[in-house]
Design a protein around this ligand. Structure first.
Ligand code: ATP
Ligand code: MG
Length: 570
């Protein structure tokens, strides 16, 4: 067994939790020839950060214990599924785990629908054993007969049909003789069980609907509870790990696996607490609603907690893996602060992001003692945390842009940025002194006239002279205009649906602000997966909507948590 350390200080060296403890014990006992887990998404939407937790757990265990993890489309409900979702899931899973240090292999792809014929055969065997029957009750009647947890249910009037009649009816269900909802195949277990799931659960239903993988081959489809455990058994899964809601389904899981046959290995189900995050909705159904109601631009809107949305926003796969390892796995439901995720994102970007200069809200500065039309190149560090990232040259000239809030006419006592008569260092360039303020007719400051200490650049005689503030800048003659999309949290409340509230009433009206920024010329072209820190501002990534000469940048995250306290810069 190898326990390799995922990169990143926030990720524990060797994650340990109750599921890994169980697996480790099974490995020690030699209980299974090989540890085999699976990640079984239903292709009815895009994967989100909650799925990322499950992916990192299942593929993580496979990786740590020398096993494997199957990616299985749980495609048993044709009415909600789509090939678009299947493709996105495959892409996202590979993106998320593809970069894992020891190179987890491209996961093998499976489909529950691959087993439809086999599952049908198992159902026939259950009928022959006398433990499954065809039921004529409607869905509503089935629910009504099932009773409540505190009172026993009533048996279906068809519960004692003969094996021959059941076989005949089930074959005719498959042949398409009956309309949707008119018949089901049910297990014959125990209508008095305190566990509702054991009260003759439905195994098959009729759906005359085309399936994204099997087309019109089938008009009966297995229920999740039936298909899932048996798909696990067919694939030889050792540890079937799912979220806590399925704990009450476990007796049914075990019943079906054991009634159908003897399996070696016999799969077992283990449950952990699903991820819930503050300021985040985590259900595919609700995320679909945001998309359909056009509250966001799509599943990959950078405000979405989907894997594709976060990727477009600039979040790295490494940050998501670090986050998953950091939060760990427990059996207790809890709400994770989204700040924990944001911390993991910042921590990774701080290591890898290339530093660039950009001015989001420009104010003109003129260096009156710097010759017109002269360009001086200033060496700028690409990444102080990575020497191999090297330096680049940033052009400096007489007319510059600085950030509006890096100047103030009437400063507070400890204001160290530009102020009348004050000095500040322009990063990688000169110390400048504010001599004069130019205002427009409305009294707004439109230009600052400064003189530079032309000896104060790196290597110059006064380079070592200390001033309290350093600010970023862009040469006006060389700057590019770039569209910048400033993303923020989608909701204003930590628990958007608290006490049954409609999440649409707590949408953050400032979750997206689009501005035109002035950026340094090296940002004319970037690779699609480039990660930048615009110095002193935030982390950014190019958006796929970018055009040649028309770069667009998405703000991944601010440098500090602006929600915790107002950013203090100086
Ligand atoms: P949703 O409720 O968002 O639609 P789901 O559970 O229906 O999610 P599936 O496609 O069935 O989505 O899930 C695939 C796997 O991901 C399952 O094993 C499920 O337990 C796991 N999973 C889903 N949501 C979370 C979550 N929030 N935290 C951890 N695991 C999750
Ligand atoms: Mg589901």
């Amino acid at each position: 067994m190898s326990n390799e350390t995922p990169a990143g200080p926030s990720a524990p060296a060797a994650p340990s939790d109750f599921i890994r403890d169980i697996v480790a014990q099974h490995v020690a006992e030699g209980r299974y020839p090989k540890i085999l887990t699976r990640f079984p998404p239903e292709p009815n939407g895009y994967l989100h950060i909650g799925h990322a937790k499950s992916i990192c757990l299942n593929f993580g265990i496979a990786r740590e214990f020398g096993g494997a993890c199957n990616l299985r489309m749980d495609d048993t409900n044709p009415t909600k599924e789509d090939i678009e979702y299947v493709e996105s899931i495959i892409f996202d899973v590979n993106w998320l785990i593809g970069g894992w240090a020891d190179g987890v292999k491209t996961p093998k792809l499976f489909h529950a629908s691959d087993y439809f014929e086999q599952l049908y055969g198992f159902a026939v065997a259950l009928i022959k054993k006398g433990v499954a029957f065809v039921c004529d009750l409607t869905g509503e009647q089935v629910a009504e007969y099932r009773g409540a947890p505190t009172e026993p249910g009533r048996p279906s009037p068809n519960r004692d049909r003969s094996v021959e009649e059941n076989l005949d009816l089930f074959a005719r269900m498959r042949a398409g003789e009956f309309a949707d909802g008119t018949k089901t195949l049910r297990a014959k277990i125990d209508m008095t069980s305190p566990n509702i799931h054991m009260r003759d659960p439905v195994l098959y239903r009729i759906r005359h609907t085309e399936h994204q993988a099997t087309g019109n081959t089938w008009c009966i489809y297995p229920m999740y509870d039936y298909a899932h455990c048996l798909s696990d058994a067919i694939e030889g899964i050792s540890h079937s790990i799912c979220t806590l809601e399925f704990e009450v389904h476990r007796p049914l899981y075990d019943w079906l696996v054991d009634e159908v046959g003897l399996w070696n290995p016999r799969p077992r189900q283990y449950e952990f607490a699903r991820l819930s995050l503050t300021y985040t909705l985590m259900s595919k159904r609700k995320l679909l609603q945001l998309v359909e109601d056009k509250i966001v631009t799509g599943w990959d809107d950078p405000r979405m907690p989907t894997i594709c949305g976060m990727r477009r926003r600039g979040v790295t796969a490494q940050a998501l893996r670090n986050f998953a390892y950091h939060i760990g796995v427990t059996k207790y439901m809890s709400l994770t602060d989204v700040a924990v995720l944001e911390h993991a994102i910042r921590e990774d970007l701080n290591k890898i992001a290339l530093r660039r200069m950009a001015v989001l809200r420009p104010l003109k500065v003129v260096i009156t003692n710097f010759p017109e039309r002269k360009t001086e190149l200033c060496a700028a560090t690409n990444n102080p945390n990575d020497e191999t990232a090297g330096t680049r040259e940033v052009p400096f000239s007489r007319d510059l842009w600085i950030e509006q809030d890096d100047f103030i006419e009437v400063p507070a006592p400890k204001y160290f940025r530009l102020k009348p008569g004050g000095e500040v260092r322009l990063k990688y360039a000169f110390i400048i002194k504010c001599d004069e303020i130019v205002k427009d007719a409305d009294g707004r400051v439109i230009e600052i006239r400064c003189t530079a200490d032309l000896d104060s650049k790196t290597g110059g005689p006064t380079a070592g002279r200390k001033v309290k503030g350093t600010i970023h800048w862009v040469s006006a003659a060389h700057a590019l205009d770039a569209e910048v999309r400033l993303y923020d949290r989608l909701f204003t409340e930590a628990e958007p649906e608290k006490d049954g509230r409609d999440f649409k009433t707590v949408m953050n009206p400032r979750s997206l602000e689009v501005i035109t920024a002035k950026v340094e010329p090296s940002l004319r072209e970037s690779s699609a997966d480039a990660r930048y820190q615009f110095e002193r501002l935030a982390y950014f990534t190019p958006d796929p909507d970018s055009k040649p000469n028309g770069p667009i940048f998405n703000r991944t995250i601010t440098l500090k948590d602006a929600w915790a306290k107002e950013i203090q810069r100086g």
